[in-house]
Design a protein around this ligand. Structure first.
Ligand code: ADP
Ligand code: MG
Length: 320
């Protein structure tokens, strides 16, 4: 049930504390719906993701990090499509009407929104368990979008940044480890510049939210291909550097929440990787190759097959 008076106060506060009018916003927060102008000749791209307390972020996550992350994970989806973000809609379910909590939340949100010039144009505010649902809207030139279905035999499999770090940080928090640098988990960096650079070159792209193997699996299923991954080519995050290699591979292959881009690239474009990496200051690692067939083979340095112990994250796994 909504609490009418407090709800309106919160909405006014959100309106005050989030970034200005924004490009193409004919009508923003305050009416029954927003009106947006999609630039002529471009297609609208829409993505939505929900963050539930205790499931998508640890319950002690700061409101500012939650505000940042709810936008970051959605911008990451637009990045994977090769799109440019423009607008966002925010659906908030809050256990209490706390202006200080909200101030911190809008701080984190606005910080990322300003960087990518995203305008908050509407949403919904209700009373209930802490849950944040955000819809990001962006644009792409027709034909420049990247899909999951374009990977072909012989393409390189490439991942940006490092992977597995966020999953390790989450586990350290869960076992009560005192001084963990939570940055990788709480403040993922949506790779929008990279997504735009890749569009027109990458044959398929996805962002790594559920784990490398799970997300690569989505590309391969959609593309009807197989892949070979070489474990010694997986980029190593600092938080994994103290682990035995097999343990490290488990995090790298199966840990989620990294929000890096995983893409396939026709081998003829290989030389572009260095150029993108330099221009965008992003590490890009070729970790394997697309093959004919089905499934993913992970190959350890000695040539033997490595099977990770944890599959990617599945929200409905225990609720069959
Ligand atoms: P309605 O009842 O017609 O849906 P609301 O009272 O829920 O209208 O919302 C009033 C205005 O405030 C609308 O423009 C809505 O988009 C905006 N709004 C409500 N909640 C949020 C929020 N969490 N973030 C951004 N805008 C919001
Ligand atoms: Mg409403």
């Amino acid at each position: 049930m909504k609490e009418p008076k407090k709800e309106f106060g919160l909405i006014r506060q959100i309106q005050r504390e989030t970034s200005g009018p924004g490009q193409g916003v004919i009508l923003g927060i305050g009416d029954d719906a927003a009106i947006l102008e999609v630039p002529e000749g471009l297609h609208l791209v829409a993505a939505t993701d929900t963050l539930n307390a205790g499931i998508h972020f640890p319950p002690d996550t700061s409101p500012s990090d939650i505000g940042y992350k709810c936008l970051a994970v959605n911008l990451s989806d637009l990045a994977a499509m090769g799109a440019t973000p423009k607008w966002a809609l925010l659906s908030l379910s809050l256990p209490t009407a706390d202006p200080l909590w909200l101030k911190s939340f809008t701080d984190g949100f606005s910080k990322l929104a300003r960087i990518h010039d995203v305008a908050l144009v509407g949403g919904d505010t209700t009373h209930g368990p802490l849950s944040i649902s955000l819809t990001a809207l962006g644009v792409v030139e027709p034909g420049r979008q990247m899909l999951r279905s374009g990977a072909r035999d012989g393409d390189l499999v490439v991942v940006s940044g490092t992977i597995g770090g966020a999953a390790r940080i989450l586990e350290l928090i869960q076992v009560g480890e005192g001084h963990v640098d939570r940055h990788l988990l709480d403040r993922p960096n949506p790779r929008l510049g990279l997504g735009k650079a890749l569009s027109g070159f990458a044959s398929a792209c996805i962002d790594v939210s559920d784990g490398l193997l799970a997300d690569l699996g989505h590309i391969l299923t959609a593309s009807r291909c197989a892949a070979r991954i070489e474990t010694n080519r997986l980029p190593i995050s600092d938080v994994l550097s103290d682990l035995e290699k097999e343990q490290r591979w488990n995090y790298q292959l199966a840990g989620g929440d990294d929000y890096e881009l995983l893409f396939t690239l026709p081998a003829c474009h290989r030389t572009l990787l260095d150029e993108w990496s330099r221009k965008l200051s992003i590490k890009l690692s070729v970790i394997g190759q697309v093959e004919e067939g089905e499934g993913i083979r992970c190959i350890a340095p000695g040539g033997e097959i490595f099977d990770p112990v944890r599959p990617g994250f599945d929200h409905f796994k225990s609720s069959a």
